[in-house]
Design a binder for this molecule. Structure first.
Ligand code: DOR
Ligand code: ZN
Length: 333
């Protein structure tokens, strides 16, 4: 059995900088035509200079693969002049509530005060990408943020709002209520629940933000993905940390999934008899939501078992040491 995917897109990716960038970026660039690159560097991507330098560093790290980094800007109270100047260089602006996740210290502390900037994004036609979590009890953080999404969907009806890495049945339900809401979902949130991370021996390699939730949440996410809900897009949130930052007290949040995304998605969709929907989930939906033109890259996957390595450099991947039933066997671009 084989499937050919045209212009596979990862709509939420962390690539880091320096040696880590050089280790991880080729794995995304090998399998994906393009990816939305998150701006939560230290310091964050908040200027044209930083954005341009980062894009160039990514280009150097992924050569010779054909891969387009779709750049994002870390949301701050920008002026209209700044946003107008940056508009052609970015696919969107990413909002992190202050302190909710890795490298979000410079994020938004007052979600009402930020609204004039959101109005500018709406006027300029720049999508808003949101890490939608409150500072409440960890399992409730996404649910507590849903009213904020609703408020913004109503107040800014021409603004495309992407609910990043959704993890709850409630977020899936919200998608159908507002046409200007879209969402990404990760591979790991389609596969694991909180039990996989903390139900037995603690598995730090599955610790991420938002934290994996209940079986019924995963079921709702999976159902929407397998049905290729038109405003649900694949976004890996592949987020590498060195092993000493994961297998540690004070474990960093993030799952490194880039090398296994397409094979495990093919396995998952095939298992549920939905392989014909994978193209929409990993590319077509994102093109429609963002108005992107598909890129000429094609990736072929075949049912063929392979074992996931224990490490990629100093990073432990999702599914380390396990066997995946599907493999990427050809890439044309
Ligand atoms: O688990 C996560 N890791 N969630 C995020 O929102 C950020 C990411 C990272 O940058 O490591
Ligand atoms: Zn992320």
């Amino acid at each position: 059995m084989e499937i050919r995917l045209h212009s596979p897109l990862d709509m939420h990716l962390h690539l880091r900088e320096g040696a880590m960038l050089r280790t991880v970026a080729p794995w995304s660039a090998r399998d994906f035509a393009a990816a939305v690159v998150m701006p939560n560097l230290v310091p964050p991507v908040t200027s044209l200079e930083r954005l341009t330098a980062y894009r160039e560093a990514i280009g150097a790290a992924v050569a010779p693969h054909h891969f387009t980094p779709l750049m994002t800007l870390f949301l701050q109270p920008y002026s209209e002049a700044t946003l107008s100047a940056l508009r052609s260089q970015i696919i969107g602006v990413k909002l992190y509530p202050e302190g909710v996740t890795t490298n979000s210290a410079g994020g938004v502390s007052d979600l009402t005060a930020v609204e004039p900037t959101l109005a500018l994004l709406e006027d300029l036609g720049i999508p808003l990408l949101v890490h939608g979590e409150s500072h409440g009890f960890v399992l409730d953080r996404e649910a507590e943020f849903l009213p904020i999404y609703e408020r913004w969907a109503q107040r800014f009806p021409r603004l495309t709002i992407v609910m990043e890495h959704i993890t709850t049945a409630g977020a899936v339900a919200l998608l159908d209520r507002y046409p200007n809401l879209a969402a990404t979902v990760t591979l790991h949130h389609l596969m694991i629940t909180l039990d996989d991370m903390a139900g037995g021996l603690l598995n730090p390699h599955l610790f991420c933000k938002p934290i994996a939730k209940r079986p019924e949440d995963r079921a709702a996410l999976l159902q929407a993905a397998l049905a290729a809900h038109p405003r649900l897009m694949f976004g890996s949130d592949s987020a590498p940390h060195p092993i000493e930052r994961k297998e540690a007290a004070g474990c960093a949040a993030g799952v490194f999934s880039a090398p296994v995304c397409l094979p495990l998605l093919a396995e998952l969709f095939a298992h549920h008899g939905a392989l014909d929907r994978l193209q929409a989930f990993v590319s077509d939906n994102a093109c429609a939501v963002y108005g992107l033109t598909p890129l000429p890259k094609t990736v072929t996957l075949r049912r063929m078992p392979w074992q996931v390595p224990d490490r990629y450099g100093e990073v432990v991947p999702f599914y380390a040491g396990k066997t995946v039933d599907w493999a990427v066997v050809a890439r044309d671009s």
